[in-house]
Design a binder for this molecule. Structure first.
Ligand code: FES
Length: 194
């Protein structure tokens, strides 16, 4: 059974079964799937084809968080998955046995694995969710790390033109591919974002 809620100028169909379980959620798309020991906080939303699966461990999603289209949230091997309040888990993200703090934006297509802990970084806004289309995730790479981090692509350079106080060591943090080599990476943020 479906119920409707008006949202801006479109009508969103709610998943009534999930609605009865998470009565204070903001929106629960009919295609969203939730299995097992899952808690969802007040005013949180699950968008099309989001899947949250909790078997041996639990999944907890905080308040005012949006879990966007095609996100997969699963528990780890002996670890729960915890997502804080006021987070954006954007399109096609995979969260697996990890902890996401409050006020975090997890960029489009990101995978956060087993035991990882992500916290919000003050000074990074990342409005486009990692699509290299906003320049609000601008950082300065510490001199000692510049060679390892490498240079921006032409597309990133074009977008950096919109950044505030761009310097030779400027990068868009969403375009830095995180690897074991970058463990301990030091960056700083500009006085303000674009
Ligand atoms: S998050 Fe928008 S360019 Fe990096």
């Amino acid at each position: 059974m479906l119920s409707e809620v008006a949202h801006n100028r479109i009508t969103l169909i709610m998943n009534a079964e999930l609605r009865s379980r998470f009565a204070r959620a903001a929106y629960l798309d009919p295609t969203a799937r939730v299995y097992g020991g899952v808690e969802i906080g007040d005013h949180t939303s699950l968008w099309p084809y989001a899947v949250i699966r909790a078997e041996g461990q639990h999944v907890s999603v905080g308040c005012y968080t949006n879990v966007q289209d095609h996100v997969m949230v699963h528990v780890g091997y002996g670890r729960p998955t915890i997502v804080g309040d006021y987070c954006s888990i954007t399109h096609r993200v995979v969260l697996h046995g990890c902890t996401i703090g409050d006020n975090c934006l997890i960029g489009i297509g990101a995978t956060v694995m087993e035991g990882a802990i992500r916290n919000a970084i003050p000074g990074i806004e990342a409005e486009c969710g990692g699509a290299c289309a906003c320049a609000t995730c601008h950082v300065y790479v510490d001199e000692a790390w510049q060679e390892k981090v490498g240079s921006p692509t032409p597309m990133e350079e074009d977008m950096l033109d919109f950044g505030f106080d761009v310097r030779p060591n400027s990068r868009l943090s969403c375009q830095i591919k995180v690897s074991d080599d970058l463990d301990g990476l030091v960056v700083s943020t500009p006085e303000r974002q674009a």
